[in-house]
Every structure is written in C-alpha cells, then in structure tokens.
Design a protein around this ligand. Structure first.
Ligand SMILES: *[C@@H]1O[C@H](CO)[C@@H](O)[C@H](O)[C@H]1NC(C)=O
Ligand SMILES: *[C@@H]1O[C@H](CO)[C@@H](O)[C@H](O)[C@H]1NC(C)=O
Ligand SMILES: *[C@@H]1O[C@H](CO)[C@@H](O)[C@H](O)[C@H]1NC(C)=O
Length: 393
C-alpha cells in the first residue's frame, strides 16, 4: 500500500510538471503599469497572432475577460470592432444588433426599442446598438455567441468602451498591440450624429491619437504602441489617411458581398489595379480565408494567387478567422488546428492570422520555432531576403 501510494504521488507530481511544461510560458500578472520602454517588445519575426474579439473561443467576445485571457495566452494584437452608442460613445461590439450576444431579451424596460433598419442592403430587425445610450448598454450583460462553446461566463461581463479596450492593452506588462475595426461606418454615420459635423471615423482616429497611437508601421512610436486600423470600407480608410499615419488594413469580404460604401465587387477590389491604388493608403489586406483557398465539400481546392499578388504590391496579408472546432476545420486538416496553422503559415505564407483561439496559435508558433530545422531556417532567411528586396523596390 505504502509504495503504491508514493508511486501515485510521484505520478501526480510528474503529471503536474508535464502540465507546466506543455503550458511552457509564464502566466503574466495583469494589469501592470510598467513603462513601455522596459516592457518585453512586440515580436516582429513571425506572423502576428491577432486575438479575434479577444480569446472568444473561451470567453464571451469583446469583454475585458476575453482580452485579458488573450494577452495571457500570448496575443501580439487584441482585435475589436468599434460601433457607436446613441449618445456618440465608441464601444467594442461586433453586431449592429444586441440580440445574439447580450441578455437584451430579459430587459423588459427596453422591449419597445425593437426596430427594422436597412444595413448594407438588407433589412434587419432587432435591438440596435445605435438606439441605446452608453449607460443603457452598460446595463446589459454579454453572452457567448455559439451554443457549442463554454456558456459559464454568460451574464458576467458588460460591454466595454473603446477607451477601456485601449487601457487593457496599455496596462499589459509586455507590449500588446491593438487592432480596432471601423465597423459599419455607413450605417453608423446615418444613425449617430456628433457635434461640429464630425464623422464616426473622426471620433475613432481622435481617440487613437489621444492615447498616443501614431507613427508609420515599424516606426519607434509604432513599436511602442502598435496598432493596425482595419475597415471593409475603402472610403473610411482614405478619409482617415490624412489624419493618421498609423498602418491600416483593408478588409475583404466574401465573393458575393460588395463593399458597403463604394459598392465594388470582390473581383474589382482584389484586382492588381485596385491593389496598386489601395497600397497608397494601407499596409495590407485582411481577406476571408475561404476566398483564398476556396473549399469544395469541406476540402481545400487550389489556392488563388491573391497572397502572391498582394505581396508583389508590398502588402501584408492577414486572413480571418481561424477556429479550433471540427465544424470550422476543413477535412484536409484532420481536425487538427496545428495542421491548419502550419498550412497557412508555411504553404500560403500569410503575415498575420485572426484567431478565436490565441492560445492554440501561440503554442503552435512556439512549437514550430523550437522544432525548426536548418532547412527551415535557410528557407526563412531566403524569405526575409526576398521581402527586403521587394520593399527596396
Ligand atoms: C426595407 O424595408 C423598407 C420599408 O418596408 C422598404 O422600403 C425597403 O425597400 C426595404 N429594403 C430592402 C433592401 O429590402
Ligand atoms: C489629403 O491631403 C492632401 C494634401 O493636403 C490633399 O491633396 C488630399 O486631397 C487629401 N486627401 C483626402 C482624402 O482628404
Ligand atoms: C451595386 O452594384 C450592383 C452591380 O453592379 C448593382 O446591381 C446595384 O444596383 C448597385 N447597388 C447600389 C446600391 O448602387
């Protein structure tokens, strides 16, 4: 009995050490008020780990807890969608309606706020963010979007403002970038009015500048407070280009979705002539990954040349969205998220990935870095030289 007991004790100690080994990274204490100069810098040697709506695979999207978890798990950037309340505050929220990811249905006091508005060419009915003041939005609680994900955090967290989101990134004890989207700008500018004729985009850039986000990609300022501004609307990106030199990413929707502002088709905005035009305003594109490698019957087909053509225009490519669940993984990946990351990073050669599971992407990248062979390093060096030559061009 005694020896088997101690054997059991040894086994659990071994399991404990193994667990710590597989985690392989310190849990960062948060938040921290350390000066950015002494913080661990942003990694810039491998594709960016962009925490899509925070670590929303685990915790309800765009909440403080989801962002803190993403930072703890190794995100390079925390990503968010910016919308506006009725009284003009900028908030972090994805949908124009509150129905799918909050407890609005339980709030009898708001029962008369249901409306139908036209959004990007279709009529949508629900409780719209733009019909609620910030105080009212703060009285709601966020819940998990997908029924197959952890529901235990439903009702625990509130909607946060853009300023609160910025504070989370600035408070992290290593340098963590932000990746905010100017969401539905046409709709927001129709429904929310600011004093002195200011537009949604002006308020958005104003807040970034107020908190010190400025400077071209890889400049000293940028490395201290990294940011990518993203939008599906070319006119928003062009409009803000005179207000900030922060790097911008042009998002590209599905094949059949025209741009919300200029009504241009997928084929038009991915043409060489459009890439040549938009590169004056942006440092990269953010396409839906299934438009780069279109699946048929849930199996990958031949990749398009979009990534190569974007790189030829010196544009980065940050596709969205990587998700661990079997229902999202194409059959070619054998239900293994590492296999999907390996394909996109090594075969397709993307420069950043929007993921719902920051922890998985981080562990993949740590594992890949540790197991890189000489051949891979030589390949990496060649890739680097090729990129230096193309940027010198
Ligand atoms: C939305 O509804 C309004 C009012 O019923 C209608 O006039 C409009 O054509 C509809 N728009 C779309 C895109 O269906
Ligand atoms: C930006 O500023 C330049 C120089 O002042 C001007 O020529 C250009 O039209 C402006 N562009 C936009 C989009 O406002
Ligand atoms: C957008 O473009 C399509 C295709 O050219 C056209 O059929 C449609 O009427 C346009 N919509 C708007 C709102 O201009």
């Amino acid at each position: 009995m005694r020896s088997s007991l101690s054997l059991g004790g040894f086994a659990s100690l071994l399991l404990f050490s193994l667990f710590n080994l597989t985690v392989g990274r310190p849990i960062y204490p948060l938040p921290s008020k350390q000066d950015n100069k002494v913080k661990q810098p942003l990694q810039t040697s491998r594709p960016y780990n962009i925490a899509h709506r925070g670590s929303n695979g685990e915790i309800p999207e765009e909440t403080v807890a989801a962002y803190m978890r993403a930072i703890e798990e190794g995100a390079d950037f925390i990503e968010t969608d910016i919308l506006a309340s009725k009284d003009g505050s900028l908030i972090c929220f994805h949908d124009v309606t509150l129905d799918d990811t909050t407890d609005i249905a339980k709030h009898k006091e708001f029962a008369d706020r249901k409306r139908t508005y036209e959004v990007q060419g279709s009529n949508i009915t629900g409780y719209f963010v733009v019909d609620f003041t910030l105080d009212e939005l703060k009285s709601l609680r966020v819940r998990q979007r997908y029924p197959f994900r952890d529901q235990q955090y439903n009702g625990k967290f509130s909607i946060i403002t853009f300023e609160e989101f910025i504070a989370i990134a600035l408070d992290a004890n290593r340098i963590v970038g932000i990746y905010p989207e100017i969401k539905n700008p046409v709709f927001i500018n129709q429904h929310v009015k600011w004093p002195h004729g200011k537009k949604f985009e002006d308020k958005f850039v104003g807040l970034l500048l107020k908190y010190g986000y400025k400077g071209a990609y890889m400049s000293e300022n940028w490395l201290r407070q990294p940011v990518f501004i993203q939008s599906f609307a070319p006119t928003s990106l062009v409009h803000i280009s005179n207000m900030t030199d922060s790097p911008k990413i042009f998002l590209i929707d599905d094949f059949n979705t025209p741009t919300q502002d200029t009504n241009q088709s997928y084929w038009e905005i991915t043409s060489d002539s459009f890439l040549e035009y938009i590169r004056n305003y942006v440092v990269g594109i953010g396409p839906w990954k299934d438009t780069i490698v279109p699946p048929v019957n849930n199996r990958l087909t031949t990749p398009s040349d979009l990534v190569d053509r974007a790189h030829a225009h010196n544009l980065q490519v940050h596709p969205y969205t990587y998700r661990n669940e079997n229902s999202f993984l194409h059959f070619d990946f054998h239900q293994d998220p590492y296999s999907e990351y390996g394909y996109w990073i090594n075969k397709i050669g993307v420069d950043g990935l929007f993921t719902d599971f920051t922890g998985s992407l981080h562990k993949y990248q740590e594992w890949a870095a540790a197991s890189a062979t000489d051949e891979k390093s030589a390949y990496g060096l060649l890739h680097k030289i090729a990129r230096m030559i193309s940027s010198y061009d």
